[in-house]
Ligand binder design. Structure first.
Ligand SMILES: [Zn+2]
Length: 134
């Protein structure tokens, strides 16, 4: 049991689960079609209907699969987290908060909760995700 492929697990998209469900429905539809054709009292109209349903389902899942593949790189860019470190020069109080637009190094921010001195942004960095940390 070697858990080296965690990045793969992390990128497993929710839409893929939906695609799998649609594929299962399509297979069920084909199975129903077969039953309709091969039953003691065959009903080809019903069989044709289920086959159409199955084909539509498979086409839909194929289309969705192509779409998710194209969207995936954009998602991974959006999930990057950037943090800002705020430091009080006087007492050394340190605070880390999510990066906000307009943050820059040596910018003066809110006063220190300990000594009321003006605090300063000392660093802005991108948080490493699980994949890079490994
Ligand atoms: Zn302070």
């Amino acid at each position: 049991m070697n858990e080296t492929d965690t990045p793969k697990k992390r990128s497993f998209p929710f839409s893929l689960a939906i695609i799998i469900i649609i594929i299962i429905f399509s297979i069920t539809a084909f199975y129903q079609a077969m039953n309709a054709y091969l039953s003691p009292s065959p009903s080809p109209a019903e069989g044709n209907y289920f086959i159409l349903l199955g084909i539509v389902g498979l086409a839909m899942s194929a289309y969705m699969l192509l779409r998710t593949r194209r969207v995936a790189p954009q998602i991974s860019l959006e999930t990057q987290r950037v943090s800002t470190t705020i430091l009080c020069e006087k007492c050394g109080f340190k605070k880390i908060q999510p990066f906000e637009v307009g943050d820059y190094i040596i910018k003066e921010v809110e006063p220190c909760p300990k000594c009321d001195e003006k605090m300063m942004i000392t660093s802005i960095y991108r948080e490493e995700n699980e994949k890079e940390k490994r």
